[in-house]
Every structure is written in C-alpha cells, then in structure tokens.
Ligand binder design. Structure first.
Ligand SMILES: Cc1ncc(COP(=O)(O)O)c(C=O)c1O
Length: 401
C-alpha cells in the first residue's frame, strides 16, 4: 500500500492535497470543492487547505509511532501554520504542539491545546515569554520541567538557512557544554534532551545518528528529536514516508524512553495550495513570458528566502507547453514565485494554483506594499469554510496611534 502523500490521482500530482482531483471539464477540486468557485466566492489570493489531508497525515504519524513505540508524542511544530483552526484540528487528532514565542503560545491556547501538551522552545525566550508559559501551565519554577536543547554537530543535507543541528548555530548547547548547562539548571526538573537538525530532510541517516548521539548523553525520560521530514514541492520530489521516518527515529531510541518528534511542514505543507488570479501576461520574445498574479512575496516568501521551488497550474487547464515565470505584484524584481513552469496558454483572468504552500506561507506572510493578507479556507467533503478572513485596508491602520 502506498503511504500518505506518495500517490497522485490521475492528472493531479502527489504535490497536491490528498483527495484532489480534476473534476468536470478538467477543473481542479480540493477537498471536494471546485477551485474556481472558491476563487470566485472568497477572492484571490487565498490559502486553501484540504482538512482531511492534515488529519490523514496526523493519523499517519500517530499510527506509525503507535506501531513501534509504547511511549511517544507527536508535537506539531506550529510555526509552520500557526492558525487557530489548524491547532483545533490537530489537538482533536491527539497531537501535542510546540510554540516558539509568546504569540504562538497564545494562539495554541486559543486553538484549544491544554498547557500540558504545549512545548515552548527556541533561542532567546524573554522573561515575559517564560512567565507567560509558566502561568499557562500553572507551575512555577523551581521544579519546572524542561528539556535541554543540544546542537549535536550533525548537519543534514538541506538549505543552510533551515539547518540547525550543526555546531555553528544560534540554537542550543554544543555537546561539550551540556554537562555545564545541566549543572546550571539544577533547580529545574530536567526531563530530557531536545535537538532539531533542520528542515526539508530527505536523507534520514543523520536522524538515526541524532537518536544515537542523544541517547548516549545520559539517561532521560524524554528525547525530542525535532522535526524536519521533507515534503514534495515538485512532482519529482520523493520524500521518505512517515513510516520510514518513525522507524528511523525509533530504531536507536533506548527502551522505556518517550520519544518526541516535531513535524511541521510534513503535516500541513501538502495540505494547502494558494489560489491566485492572473492579472497580466507579458511576453518578451526569445527571453521569457511573465505571468503576473495578484499576490507574491507577501503571501509566500519562501522562493525569495531559500530559492524554494514550486509547481503551478491553471486551475481548469492542467498541463501545457508554454514556458512561463510566475511573478508577483510587488515592487521587487525578485518577486518571482515560480521560475520556468509549463502552463496551458495563460490568460488574464485565469485562476492559477500553486500547490504545497501549506507550510511557512501563511506563517511568514507580510503586508509589504500594503497588500492585505489572504484568507484561509478549509475544505472537506465538498464544503468550504473560511477560518481566517481576508485582511482589509482598515486592518492596515488598526495599530496606528
Ligand atoms: C525546533 C524545531 N522543531 C521543529 C521544526 C519544524 O520543522 P519542519 O517544519 O521542517 O518539520 C522546526 C523548524 O524550524 C524547529 O526549529
């Protein structure tokens, strides 16, 4: 049996949310909803998620770990998509969650996570953020349960900006400094070690090494091995399955230890697509065809930040042979969402869809150029519901004093 996210449906690659298909007249459907009708009803750009996709991946994580371990926790790395509707869905699926700031902690609590299932981490937490976490947990230090973040000196093969496990990192304590750090927090209840090697990992072997290194650093009830499982952004990407990932993490974990992992992108990345409307098509003969859409770096900064690659399709004319570059509408030449993608004769007014935008798109969105941030739409069984509304121009002045 193919694992979650490894199979595509006829005409729609595995990069699209599970259950996506080309319906009547070749029109894309997500969660049973027609993409062009969604664009008309909610406007563009819009972040559209197949709710069942997120649930299926959450269940796949839970089942893969349950089959191999008695004690484990799947901790949603909520920085990937810190939206209360997503928190709500993942708390229902039995996950825990991690937050990297007071703001994410606030959202996780609003989204229904009980404090005892929330982990606060990252570098440089302020006194205020720590107090906020302690108050939420109704437990005051000393005696607070903590994990120690370790930089194990293992580099995964991924983009430098999303690698965190190497020695040259702002995160955590290098292995040699761990005993001193443990000594300094004697008044706290040190329950485990935590590390995160990086993101968009396709080669699992560094993760196996990580489990070995942390296990050798003392006996602790908890080992948090971070997140990072890669996802398919383009049709050629074949990330490891959730089962293989679970197998790798758990293979070298000592008996009786509770293993935690923190998936972000691999829970929500492929569940989401962004719908745009094509505004202009600029053909420069012999050079390039620019297809300009009504969003860009304000709703998806990843191509500019990491050189991230995506696919794109016209929502009712998949495939095509016109080599195009998808540009945003911002005042930056670098505002390019997808370079070199084949489309079917794009025209102004077309609905263009970029798949696999479910992680770190909404999360990193900005108001650059006074662009209002898109709504978030959840689709399931043919029903669409707006879980975050589009920003208004008025919202842009809300904080003015
Ligand atoms: C500590 C930690 N855990 C988990 C994650 C989630 O990574 P991913 O979304 O690649 O699974 C991150 C991402 O930056 C992280 O820093």
């Amino acid at each position: 049996m193919a694992s979650v996210g490894q199979q595509g449906v006829a005409g729609v690659s595995h990069v699209f949310p599970l259950g996506s298909r080309l319906g009547e007249a070749g029109r894309l459907e997500i969660g049973g909803c027609d993409a062009i009708e969604l664009a008309e009803r909610f406007g563009t750009p819009a972040y559209v998620y197949a709710e069942d996709d997120i649930r299926a991946r959450a269940r796949a994580y839970m089942e893969a770990f349950r089959a191999r371990a008695d004690h484990f926790e799947i901790v949603y790395a909520s920085k990937a998509f810190p939206c209360t509707a997503a928190y709500r869905l993942l708390v229902e699926e039995g996950l825990s969650c991690d937050v990297a700031s007071g703001g994410e902690l606030y959202l996780a609590l609003k989204g229904g996570f009980p404090p005892e299932r929330i982990y606060l981490h990252g570098n440089n937490k302020s006194e205020d953020e720590l107090s906020q976490a302690l108050e939420a947990g109704e437990r005051m230090a000393p005696g607070q349960r903590v994990l120690l973040r370790v930089t194990p000196g293992i580099s995964p093969s991924t983009h430098d900006y999303i690698s965190t496990g190497q020695v040259d990192s702002k995160f955590g304590f290098v292995v040699d400094d761990v005993p001193r750090a443990v000594d300094r927090i004697r008044n706290l209840d040190l329950v485990g070690l935590h590390a995160h090697l990086g993101s968009q990992i396709f080669d699992l072997s560094p993760l196996e090494k990580l489990a070995e290194v942390l296990s050798s650093m003392g006996e602790y009830p908890l080992l948090n091995l971070g997140g990072g499982l890669g996802i398919a952004y383009t049709a050629d990407d074949r990330p490891p399955s959730i089962e293989d990932y679970a197998e790798t993490l758990l293979r070298s974990a000592p008996e009786g230890v509770t293993v935690l992992c923190e998936p972000g992108r691999s829970l929500v990345g492929n569940a989401g697509v962004t719908l745009y409307r094509v505004g202009t098509v600029k053909r420069i003969p012999g050079v390039r065809t620019y297809v300009a859409v009504d969003g860009g770096m304000s709703d998806n900064i990843r191509p500019m930040l990491y050189g991230a690659r995506y696919e794109a399709e016209i929502a009712d004319r998949f495939g095509g042979e016109v080599l195009c570059t998808i540009a945003g509408k911002h005042c930056e030449s670098g505002d390019i969402l997808v370079r070199d993608v084949l489309l079917d004769d794009p025209r102004p007014g077309d609905v263009l869809v970029i798949p696999a935008t479910g992680a770190y798109g909404y999360a990193m969105a900005s108001n650059y150029n006074g662009i209002t941030r898109p709504p978030v739409i959840f689709c399931s069984g043919g029903e669409a519901r707006e879980v975050v509304r589009r920003e208004t121009y008025e919202d842009l002045t809300l904080r003015d004093v």
